[in-house]
Design a protein around this ligand. Sequence first.
Ligand code: AMP
Ligand code: TRP
Length: 335
Amino acid sequence: MVTKPRLYSGMQPSADSLQIGNYIGALMQWRDLQQTYDAFFSVVDLHALTQPNDPAELRAKTRRTAAQYIAAGIEPSRSTLYVQSHVRAHAELAWILSTLTGFGEAGRMTQFKDKSQRYGAEATSVGLFTYPVLMAADILLYQTDIVPVGDDQKQHVELTRTLAERFNARYGETFHVPMPVIQQDTARIYDLQNPTSKMSKSAESDAGVLWLLDDPKVSAKKIMRAVTDSEGSVRYDRENKPGVSNLLVIYAALTGRQIPAIEDEYAGRGYGDFKKGLAEVVVAEFGPVRERALELLDDPAELDRVLATNAARADAVADRTLADVYDKMGLLRRV
Ligand code: AMP
Ligand code: TRP
């Protein structure tokens, strides 16, 4: 039997809806990669606890995120799509790995440095500090080969590799050392109103964010109002025309067409025409995704069953790794 190489990735349930950057930058790639990899995709709710959350809302966002994975084409019968907190081994391995992580080493993580500076020492939790260690546990439990992530997560995957190598050197070959696969620049989507900053679930203003679960009419309106420039020609130039370039990238990503072909199609036509064209593309792509997600959310019991089946599959792999780790470190086996 030929076994497929393994892939791991995840997203935090940090909003009611994913945005189009998550879709183009992550979900579309996950959907393709699940064909050739034995893929594990989690909704990392334990990571989300590093931000303040209303309990009922966290539960809702977790289901909503899972439903959007499925609606976007992650197949729960092919890939293992589950909720992180359903698999207890994550928290257990995170503790183990924290005993192998240097205080200074964790303190050098730039995401932690940025966030802790922003919140101040008293408002920064130890959980935020050990966030990358939990992420390492996610990845290492499944003997992962590749980890597709945005470049802001690259340092965390590097730490994961270091911890795997350290454990292996100290206790014997146990973990597979994973490779990061960093999303290309061409898959980065910017805010429609502020096209030099990344589109984000936590953007201050809603006007520049295209939500996967928005009514398609609302998305079309946002596209018609997207910031462009006064030149009037549909041309890719990230430096001088960030707004139009961003719209071209979205157009190309959703249609699978090359940017020059789209430029040609709209040569000599105004931005209004171009935006109308893009709005149609977006509505055609997200209309069905949204409908499917809402359908899944209409039957939460069935969605929970799917997630439970997948968590059981994840448990089986994770428990094996964890038992090996406990054994190698000298924790007495419970008979
Ligand atoms: P986040 O929403 O920041 O938790 O990101 C979850 C995933 O979506 C990561 O793989 C990100 O790289 C990707 N992602 C988030 N925002 C964007 C964006 N504006 N453009 C492209 N990819 C994005
Ligand atoms: N930290 C990642 C992010 O914010 C999410 C994440 C948690 C993750 N565990 C992971 C990504 C394991 C890849 C692999 O985007």
